[in-house]
Design a binder for this molecule. Structure first.
Ligand code: V47
Ligand code: SF4
Length: 356
């Protein structure tokens, strides 16, 4: 049972402490938790629920990190490894359905692609599709680009921005807690560095998202630590747009294990909505949650279901049970039937069309 004092605190828009956040995770009263999170979401976004017409592009799956939860990456020369040229990516974009507003680009840390490839890719995409926002490169990739270019973090980010980068996705955060992070992804940048890249991006005027990979080896206390570190940085910069809890998919991974339960997925959305009081948006990523659970998540604190997506490869390599994309009509239907107003948005949450 969630105590009355804690309920009142949340309803009065007061900030919850780390102890209180743990209480929320440990409580099994999912209905009360959902109601509280829904009240917070309604205070922030009314009845609106957002989606974007977007597609994904993964320039390569070749990666020197080889994180133990990642079924997408390959080593160079390994069966299944791929690398796309700038022209091949432009062709994919040409073949996409009409009306796309955002392209989401993330990939592996390629051992020998030069920094110029990434700048050329951005310039070519912006030149050919000026109306499409480019949300690209996780903090892990940006750190790597800074290393291979020999430029500082700000210079790297400013070069990417000048070449066409509009916003950054939230991947690579995984779980900040040091012990678990070391077991999950020993080669990956530290939590501190991930936060530093985002801080620098915000200072350079680049808005970003944040994620948390949950349901593997971490505890509730680790999840709370993660959320609080994000909340702290957001207090400092205000540069985060959305938070996306990423539900672990165990297939074809080194660490294996089980999928998180549907209740854990809903609980994580709801607690995130309550704890991250300085984030405008909580995203229920339907690719990972499934269409039906992401619809329910709209009643548990989420106000965004990502987008049409098209050609998702990272989650699908690890056993996603969803399709690789959804049509615009399906997104609108999903949101409407949850009793919300579908708002088609761009990469900056500007409304493109309200489907009242
Ligand atoms: O960084 C990798 C995660 C991320 C697995 O910012 C896995 O709008 C679950 O960050 N099970 C990429 N997750 C996805 C991502 C994202 C997706 C949609 C929207 C946005 C956004 C960001 O996927 C990786 C990693 O954290 N991931 N393997 C897995 N087995
Ligand atoms: Fe590479 Fe990212 Fe996969 Fe880790 S999660 S192996 S950094 S592609």
């Amino acid at each position: 049972m969630i105590e009355t004092a804690l309920k009142q605190k949340i309803l009065a828009a007061e900030r919850v402490s780390s102890e209180e956040a743990e209480v929320l995770f440990n409580d099994d009263d999912i209905h009360t938790l959902g109601e509280l999170a829904a009240a917070v979401a309604e205070r922030k976004n009314g009845r609106r629920a957002y989606f974007v017409l977007n597609r994904h592009v993964n320039p390569t799956n070749i990666c020197i990190n080889r994180c133990r939860f990642c079924a997408f990456s390959r080593s160079k020369g390994e069966e299944g490894a791929f690398e796309l040229s700038v022209d091949e990516i432009l062709e994919k974009m040409e073949d996409s359905p009409e009306g796309i507003r955002e392209v989401h680009i993330v990939g592996g840390l390629h051992p020998d692609r030069p920094f110029e490839y990434y700048l050329r890719l951005l310039q070519a995409l912006k030149g050919r599709f000026p109306g499409i926002h480019i949300k690209a490169f996780t903090a892990v990739e940006v750190d790597y680009l800074s290393r291979i270019s020999g430029l500082g973090l700000s210079e790297t980010l400013l070069s990417l921005k000048e070449s066409g980068l509009d916003a950054m996705p939230g991947g690579g955060a995984e779980i900040f807690a040091e012990g678990v992070r070391r077991r999950l992804c020993p080669e990956k940048i530290s939590a501190q560095r991930w936060l530093e890249v985002h801080r620098t991006a915000h200072l350079c005027g680049i808005r970003t998202n944040a994620t948390m990979l949950y349901g593997h080896l971490e505890s509730y206390a680790d999840r709370v630590e993660h959320l609080l570190r994000l909340r702290e940085l957001q207090d400092e910069t205000g540069g985060f747009q959305a938070f996306i809890p990423l539900s672990y998919h165990p297939r074809n991974t080194d660490i294996g294990g089980l999928y998180p339960s549907g209740l854990d997925d809903l609980k994580t959305i709801a607690v995130s909505r309550i704890v991250l009081d300085n984030f405008d948006h909580i995203k229920a990523y339907w690719i990972m949650l499934g269409e039906k659970l992401s619809q329910v998540a709209l009643l548990f604190g989420a106000d965004d279901v990502d987008g049409t997506v098209i050609e998702e490869r990272i989650t699908h390599a690890a056993g996603a049970m969803t399709g690789e994309g959804l049509a615009k009509d399906q997104m609108i239907h999903l949101i409407r039937r949850a009793g919300k107003t579908p708002v088609e948005r761009d990469a900056f949450y500007e409304a493109v069309k309200v489907h009242a």
